[in-house]
Design a protein around this ligand. Structure first.
Ligand SMILES: Cc1cc2nc3c(=O)[nH]c(=O)nc-3n(C[C@H](O)[C@H](O)[C@H](O)COP(=O)(O)OP(=O)(O)OC[C@H]3O[C@@H](n4cnc5c(N)ncnc54)[C@H](O)[C@@H]3O)c2cc1C
Length: 283
């Protein structure tokens, strides 16, 4: 027979994010009601705003099946308006990635459309991956996002795009290494959504512009204009004036020296050049 054991208490479970949300269907339903009341109408305008944190946060429920995507679409359509329509579009991405995976199960590991990449390996690449995982790349928005991931087991979609582009393109490290780290920490970690979004960003997937590289400084200025997201997750930078919060290396010498925060680990233009050369070789 099978002997049951008591579930361990939350504080005895190690190696998971300290701020995981509560699970289960009733929590999911509470979240839907609250979001429909307070967030949905503005979703289309606020979904990319990092500091506003105004997306639905329903992903873990959709992953575990404690909410049904079909029901959400029906409720969104009944509610109506641009916010609800935008949410339905995002749910369609979820379906799309599932369908791609169902048609080609190998793409959970293999490139969907290979680019002949010879990803960086070896000691320097491993050290770069470690800095990325720990949120000490020296690029504030990247570090904020990587720290949010560990703490909450969740990361904002815009931040997922930026951190994945940084690893796979700027650092030119195999997307599978990043995807594995995400799967470990994400409470919504999901083979279809995670692997195929990673491939989309790495340019080995279904993106029709596979060689675009997101610039973390330009993106941070656009999607975290007041630096609220960075200040929340990178307390070392919380006291900086707005114009330095995304580029602390521009601080005057003495102030820079007093800051306990790393220099940028790579020159962005050099990273882009290396990536483009790699892609040219792979043709
Ligand atoms: C590199 C990378 C890895 C990702 N890994 C995962 C993952 O493991 N699991 C996961 O559920 N999502 C993943 N996503 C997609 C997206 O980032 C999350 O679904 C979203 O951030 C979850 O937050 P939310 O529920 O507040 O989203 P909302 O913006 O409120 O969207 C509502 C729902 O639509 C779906 N959705 C939204 N955007 C996407 C998208 N781009 N692709 C597929 N479905 C989407 C999700 O089910 C989400 O819960 C990943 C995206 C990237 C760029």
């Amino acid at each position: 027979g099978v002997r049951g054991e008591r579930l361990p208490a939350r504080e005895d479970v190690t190696g998971v994010s300290p701020a995981l949300p509560a699970g289960g269907e009733s929590e999911g339903r509470k979240r839907v009601s609250a979001y429909w009341r307070t967030g949905l109408d503005a979703y289309d305008d606020t979904r990319d705003d990092l500091a506003a944190d105004a997306t639905s946060r329903l992903s873990a429920h959709l992953h575990f099946g404690t909410l049904s995507p079909v029901e959400l679409v029906q409720r969104a359509r009944r509610h109506g308006g641009p916010g609800a329509e935008a949410l339905v579009r995002q749910l369609a991405w979820r379906d799309f990635h599932r369908q791609v995976l169902a048609a080609r199960p190998a793409v959970a590991r293999a490139d969907y459309r290979t680019k002949g990449d010879r990803w960086r390996t070896g000691r320097a690449a491993r050290a770069d991956v470690e800095a990325w995982r720990e949120g000490r790349t020296g690029y504030p928005v990247i570090d904020a996002a990587m720290r949010q991931l560990r703490h909450e087991g969740w990361m904002h979609n815009r931040a997922r795009l930026l951190t994945a582009s940084f690893l796979a393109k700027t650092l030119y490290v195999d997307w599978r290494i990043g995807a594995e780290h995400f799967l470990y920490w994400l409470v919504d970690g999901d083979i279809a959504n995670n692997q195929l979004n990673w491939q989309w960003v790495a340019g080995t997937g279904t993106d029709t512009r596979p060689n675009r590289v997101l610039n973390p400084i330009a993106q941070a200025r656009r999607y975290d204009p007041d630096g609220g997201y960075v200040r929340r997750w990178v307390p070392e930078l919380a006291g900086l004036a707005d114009r330095f919060v995304h580029e602390p290396w521009k601080l005057p010498g003495t102030e820079r020296a007093a800051l306990d925060y790393p220099e940028p680990m790579i020159d962005l233009a050099e990273g882009v050049d290396r990536f483009r050369r790699g892609r040219d070789r792979g043709k």
